[in-house]
Unconditional design. Sequence first.
Length: 300
Amino acid sequence: MIINRSNLSTLGVAFSAAFMGGLSAAQADWDKVAMEIASSSAKNEYGWLGEIPEIRKWLGERQVNNLRTYDYSLVNEDYENTIAVARNDVEDDNLGLYSKRFEMMGRRVTSFPDTLIFPLLKAGFDRLCYDGQYFFDTDHPVLDAAGVVQSVSNTGGGSGTPWALLATGEPLKPLIYQKRRAFEMVAMDRPDDEQVFSRKEFRYGVDGRATAGFGMWQCAYGSKQTLDPASYGAAFANIETRTGDYGVKLGLKPTLLVVPPTLRAAAWALLKAPTYVSGGAAVPNPWFGSADLLVTNHFA
């Protein structure tokens, strides 16, 4: 191929098409557990987390919700991926594998939030959320009906392989994917660009700004206990009976069990099998179909 502006422009269009093909073909799971929050600055403040407004009977004047505020913010980070195309490969029309690389780049952009969200969920046993406690903890501060602070747990403890049961049907979800700027593909493909002169390569890359953080711990339960009917039942009851400040029943419904591949069989037996063996006999499985199952190696 002759190295000129017209041919390089055509080549860039082809690479962009491969990138877009990968972008649309890939699937991601992050939006099943996280809410996307748009960002317009270096960081977002989330002092409002923790308050779930409830409808009440109107007697006398309106009762204004005086929200408790927390010092919790998420700072956006920069991310990129860059592919170098050798000038000699362009001259020799040796470009077949490059299209596949750009397709993979597109796929990675689509699934990129998974690489932030699910490792963060796993780290919830050791990372702080908005109320200053670990995301999965035994002593989240919640006001009881009399306005007295009580400790509320959303973890089963343990020391084994972690798993999480989530209530994902609410607008406020357990995790946050904060997007400052979407990933876009850019090119340094002019014949007189410095890196073409010095390194004999054209460069194509994507970059964006984003971060991930914890949302509503109320919508999550994490455990390192053995995943069996007893521990899963405890998690389910914990979420179903959860209350907010002043004893308000939140009415949360567990919807999604997240596990690493090593717990696939145990999770499948819990959620997909109509019976399980107890005392040598098959008995009805009360948890059959009680939640969806998500197996991801990003949680491993």
